[in-house]
Design a protein around this ligand. Sequence first.
Ligand code: F6R
Length: 609
Amino acid sequence: MCGIVGYIGNRNSQEILIEGLKKLEYRGYDSAGVAVFTENGLQVKKAKGRLAVLESQLVLTPLNGTAGIGHTRWATHGKPSDVNSHPHTDNSMKFSVVHNGIIENYMSLKEELTAKGHNFVSETDTEVISHLIADIYDGDIVAAVQKAVTRMTGAYALGVLTEYEPDKLVAVRLASPLIIGVGEGENFIGSDIPAILEHTRNVFILNDNEMAVLTRDGVDLMTLEGNFIAREMFRVDWDIVTAEKAGFDHFMLKEIHEQPKAYRDTMSSRISPEGDRITLNELSMTPEYIKDINRVHIVACGTAYHAGLVGKSVIEKLARIPVEIDVASEYRYRSPIITKDTLVIVVSQSGETADTLAALREARRCGARVLAITNVVGSSVAREADDVITTWAGPEIAVASTKAYTSQLIAFYLLGLHLAQTLGSQTPEFIAEVITAMRHLPEQVETILGQAETIKAFAEEIAVHNDLFFIGRGLDYAVAQEGSLKLKEISYIHSEAYASGELKHGTLALIEEGVPVIALATQRDLLEKTVSNIKEVKARGAHVMGIGVEGEEELKKAVDTMFQIPKTLDVLSPALSVIPLQLLAYYASLARGNDVDKPRNLAKSVTVE
Ligand code: F6R
């Protein structure tokens, strides 16, 4: 996710901005830039690539000045490029803006401003903000920012400078993080505390719909209506490493907790304002093409493949199109039957996984249309696919994928509903019902995260075992496979996921006194059968933790420990039931003293076949 740093003081701002941006590198980025008030006015320098590229340009032509804003960009609207990098300016070069978030109505604002004579140079949503502020400005930058944000919908943390008022740095936030650092004769803004921790430990955290006006001598916090806010300063006593993780012990735990936001970000701009339709405007597939699709292939690796397992069920249930699924490393070698009426969906968090990319190329070579679900705009997979659904999970640092997986599930729900509404395979009422339930998912995830202690206790019990089993039927089986992978990769405990009904065909022989079994039982129409399977393993001495929907008393009676997820539609339950499994893997890994974020033998991006 983008990183913002801003400085106003008496020191050379360029170095402070670059050092601050380096501290935000962990957030992921593909380009960077700074804007500084110099003796020649507001000057901007920006470059695609690592910060070192920008730094080397600044060594050649430094921007000397004591106030400026800096940004690392994680591409959303428009590919990574010099011109799409922030800061963005208006045509007069008098206003400069850095932004983290997404402006959902940027297209209509852009049209309006273009009609007034504004000339846009980038593909970004952010550029409209600098033009909008310039358009509104009539001598008061604070008032102009206040008015501009009332025109914007979406999410933003902004840092704004204008050459007309060089002694002010204005910051404002809605739904994207922004903090204010308070120093002596100098003040700072940052997306996150590490950006400024070297200079001050005194911080104000901005809340939604609040702004800050920074001068060299002070900081005013105010509402968007201009009412001053009195707030106690927060004294940061974390070290820099803890600060990068926002106070969490590990990136994985931070990312698990970021899932409610990732769900909201991935779905919010793709649901109609009335909440009854999906608006996947980014897809170029026509209704005629969709009607001609005769089969879907889903291809991916690891956790992304597990998201695909859920995706298969979702598309078949909602759109009634047959779906095949393969791990990418097998796909090419089984001579799959691919025609022009095959829609191939590749799923990849990084967008760089070699096997997935090779499968994509093979599918295109055979004439199929390829739709990518990826978390990285501008990645190889995104560039080479015909269509892309971007998951807005933000950068994932921990090797074990969590928020990328669940955002992929959301992408599949959006796609399944989009296909269903185009094909008429579900009634508008049912589609609206699923959308309503989807919108509750973020708060339901928060409820689950609030019960992490139950999972922690169970994780500590299983941490002493060397083998365990995950069982489930239907969608629960798909989630069981992800739970098993998560546990293996970071706790190094051997585990297997089995379709509950398959147990008696062999695996039951492995169940003996005390073997832990995690039984997923969220699918109401399969509940009775799953409960019978639980009784089978219990009768052989297994220690069973059940994961089911709240209020299922029969299930509760059948297991040793019960974890309840909030009620949702059966088809959506994977987006909830996987959360306790992620926590289980995390706490088991912790109990075994492993390196949670960097498990042995594994890499975050697998770019070799
Ligand atoms: C497991 C994990 C891996 C990846 C797999 C594919 O937690 O992260 O199994 O899912 O290597 O990676 P992407 O999604 O980047 O293609």
